[in-house]
Design a protein around this ligand. Sequence first.
Ligand code: FAD
Ligand code: SF4
Length: 513
Amino acid sequence: MQPFNTLRLILGDQLNASHSWYKTKDESVLYVMMELRSETDYATHHIQKVIGFFAAMRGFADALIKAGHQVTYLKINDANNRQTFTENLNVLIEQYQIESFEYQLPDEWRLDEELSRFCTNAVLETSAVDSEHFYTSRFELKQQFEDKKQIVMESFYRAMRKKHDVMMVAAKPITGKWNYDAQNRKKLPKNHEVIEPLLFKHDLSEIEQEIKAAGIKTIGNADSTAFSWPINRQESRQILQFFLKECLPQFGDFQDAMHREYWSMYHARLSFSMNLKMISPKEVVDAAVQHWLAHQDEIHISQIEGFVRQILGWREYMRGLYWWKMPAFKSMNFFENKEKLPDWYWTGNTKMECLKTAINHSLDYSYAHHIHRLMVTGNFALLAGVDPDQVDAWYLGIYIDAIEWVEITNTRGMSQFADGGITATKPYVSSAAYIQKMSHYCENCHYDYKKKTGENACPFNSLYWNFYDRNRALLGKNPRIGMMYNIWDKMDTEIKKEYLLQAEKYLSEVNYI
Ligand code: FAD
Ligand code: SF4
């Protein structure tokens, strides 16, 4: 057995081929990658997510070997795989007479803890290096806002634009305006056809068989003979180019629009690639800005600004919040919500057309775009008072891009307001009016979006007022919500009573609506 001096661990979401680790080939360094039950089982993941991770990891290991690096790879069913990082690392360290252990800083708190603990207990030299992926360091947001009264995404975003010189001229935004959010809210016109998304067709049925043979519990559907997500850097670049050419010109306009036939609309579907670090946020942002500069006559600033804000702004902001507020963030429950997640979140079997569509997209593609996640599934869970632990478990499992640092901040923070307003300044809740405005779902729904009470009244309407009414003590003083309480207070007492009774009825039979 060849001895190695150094063992370097590569996690499944650290597939960054540009990392400085790989700039030199060193015979004394052994890289290790592992498929583990501790990772497949900490949530019930979508089958496409597990297949996608394993396929991308295996491809990355092969590419490293081809490039002349020494790699040991533990597959899920390998007899010598002990299924946890610690146990596998201990075996390898002894087997190869390793003298030093190195890892890239994980993005997840639980893995950071586990690896720090491993290093504390280890009797060899250990060190951690940056993953060289993000624009910001772990604690940059904290340092920027620690002594401020409020954390505001918009201020962070502007500071990021300046610091990284993105769409800036002489320290000012290139077109004189920072934010075009107000222009990003169009409904898809009738008969508007959205281009088919670029889908890959990998035959990954062997991996699916291995996952089944291992007995890993998964959710959702997959055609593993034609797996459609990008699983390497080259494909991630391909999907980026497709997005720039075919989607960016309309991205901002229809960013919030929803449609049953078009599951990804004009969205980039780059989150899986970026979260696994197959492509960097800087590469994506730089390519998008360059593309816009070269096509300014065809692409309005509002499209590119909306896209850059998501990546340079929201994505980095969520990471900063995560490292600032964990581990306390994980158990925050501002409203003390305790209800169970309705059964149909796992099947799509509900009469509510909007929820049926958003959930079926999630089950079929391991994806739903932002507005489905925020204003349909998230909105309903919050209105229904679902325990944020259960909401998190669902989001963490079902989406191919779900990794805790970006899942929990979006779910528990932005969508469920369980952090009491750290992430968002007010809860993202709406009645049927918003869904009707941004989609065509209400036209084909069992429920009537115009009705607040009575037979077939849309559940969102009464639940919306019930939410404000029951949370008055916690929300009444929020200046961004005052108007809603003014409207509620001016309503006729009998009507208010009817709304609340209707909401109670729906909540008592929530598994059947
Ligand atoms: P696009 O709409 O095309 O946006 C481009 C990129 O911007 C995305 O790839 C993503 O990297 C980034 N981005 C956009 N919005 C956000 C955001 N709010 N936070 C962080 N990055 C953002 N994103 C995840 O990557 N993983 C998750 O587990 C996740 N869970 C979410 C849960 C809820 C309840 C909500 C409301 C949002 C969640 N998001 C999550 C954010 C966002 O919905 C996804 O990043 C996006 O839908 C991914 O699809 P896309 O690549 O087509 O995105
Ligand atoms: Fe959703 Fe209500 Fe519209 Fe039905 S009527 S699609 S439940 S918002």
